[in-house]
Ligand binder design. Structure first.
Ligand code: SAM
Length: 429
């Protein structure tokens, strides 16, 4: 139901999708924090993408939910993300992998894993385990060996088939997280309590095979749906290992629509994407350059002063109130918006005139002050010649976002965070 419209902002519960399945086609193959639900991406594409197709860009693509929906609606797409595991998941979710071929490989992997389960030909004591800090803190010894065995089977069987190998590695990554000593349902890295760990003995092979079967059906379903699209074979998805604050490898004025959910704030106090993906990335060797993802994420580097040229009155008011309590926290908050401003400049460069920019944002609370990111975004965008069309407020019905966080940064002191999301629609001039 639509509620009263004030300054082009209104609540509309038809965007809640309260009872819908959010794991349609390939969307559920791997968890990722703050995923965009497919129904929102789908509806925004229907409303704001050109009817004849075109190019969609998600400049913070994460696990690629918007890229999946782009392909399903006949659009080419670019995804950009600084997190290597996110890019791998996005690639697999949006790729066209031939189900029959996939099935052949899955059968081979399954049979080797099942053989291993009965120790037929494999000696667990001889398995060479990976080396990274905290390995034995985050995984039990037997789990480490079994995971390594699965990984070696995957590499042996699929080394010459890159798409299949990526699919298997994404499934493996999910299993790593699932069989680790981390507490369930947390985005940050917290270990299970000792007493729980004592009796914790996950069946690694069973969990991997179960996930393999689930993911196979998901990818097959995606493939079947994609085939219904005219010219489905000619469509492309390009996933870029780049930083949206800098110049990205996309030509000027080439993008028809932007569809994205940027981070909610700096990683330290909101969602720590780097922490969430750390263990899987170590297992997959994706942390080779040893960059701390959370430090290179938006707002990862704190600015020295509260002075800024962002031109957002709403932001300046919030910063003033936060600074009255804690000046450093205010600078941390500002760092995020300064980075967002750099991304908007890049978005402006690649966008076609009159193209739509759809951004799903959350309004976080810092020191008891709620920062109206939806309004800040509109005000900063104005500076770039990107104008506000409307903002829809929706309820977040499930537990996709943490409902509590630690805005004061005092351990254990939690307060409620966002239960609403803002779908901000902007148009390039
Ligand atoms: C809210 S998540 C996106 C989730 C995504 N919509 C999905 O469905 O999985 C925001 C993403 O922004 C990425 N990110 C943060 N800073 C970035 C930057 N400077 N350039 C590109 N991506 C960045 C993070 O790694 C994270 O994956």
């Amino acid at each position: 139901m639509k509620k009263k419209i004030i300054n082009k902002i209104y609540e509309d519960t038809s965007w809640d999708f309260r009872t819908e399945d959010t794991k349609t086609t390939s969307q559920g193959i791997h968890n990722y924090p703050a995923m965009m639900i497919p129904q929102i991406a789908r509806r925004l594409i229907e409303l704001y993408a050109p009817k004849k197709g075109g190019i969609l860009l998600d400049p913070f693509c994460g696990s690629g939910s918007s890229l999946v929906e782009a392909r399903l609606q006949g659009l080419n797409s670019y995804g950009v993300d600084i997190n290597p595991l996110a890019r791998l998941i996005a690639k697999v979710k949006s790729a066209l992998i031939e189900p029959e071929l996939l099935d052949e490989y899955i059968k081979k992997v399954k049979s080797e894993v099942i053989n291993a389960e009965f120790n037929n030909g494999f000696n667990l004591s001889k398995i060479e385990i990976p080396k990274f800090n905290g390995l034995e803190f985050w995984f039990k010894k037997d789990v480490i060996k079994r995971l390594q065995l699965i990984k070696s089977i995957i590499l042996k069987i699929s080394n010459n088939s890159p798409d299949i190998k990526d699919f298997l590695l994404v499934t493996f990554s999910h299993t790593v997280r699932d069989c680790s000593n981390t507490r369930n349902g947390e985005f940050k890295l917290y270990r299970m309590p000792e007493e729980k760990l004592l009796n914790y003995s996950p069946d690694v092979y069973k969990r991997f095979i179960g996930k393999l079967e689930y993911n196979y059906e998901a990818i097959k379903n995606f493939y079947t749906e994609c085939k219904k699209i005219k010219n489905y074979n000619a469509l492309w998805v390009k996933i870029l290992d780049e930083d949206t604050r800098k110049k990205i490898s996309i030509p000027d004025e080439s993008v028809d629509i932007i569809l994205t959910s940027p981070p909610y704030g700096d990683s330290r106090t909101t969602v720590a994407y780097g922490q969430y993906t750390k263990l899987s990335s170590e297992w997959l060797g994706l942390n080779n350059n040893k960059k701390d993802i959370d430090k290179i994420s938006l707002g990862g580097q704190i600015v020295n002063s509260l002075e800024n040229q962002l031109g957002s009155e709403s932001l300046n008011i919030s910063l003033k109130h936060i600074a009255e309590q804690d000046e450093k926290r205010a600078r941390e908050v500002l760092s995020f918006y300064i980075d967002l401003d750099k991304c908007l400049a890049e978005i402006k460069r690649v966008m076609k005139p009159k193209g739509y920019i759809c951004m799903v944002v959350g309004n976080r609370t810092v020191k008891g002050i709620q920062i109206p990111t939806d309004k800040v975004l509109v005000e900063i965008s104005n500076k770039h010649g990107i104008l506000h069309k409307e903002t829809v407020i929706r309820n977040i019905p499930n537990k996709r976002m943490p409902s509590k966080n630690s805005p004061t940064n005092v351990k254990g002191k939690l307060s409620s965070t966002m239960v609403k999301e803002y779908i901000v629609i902007l148009m390039n001039q």
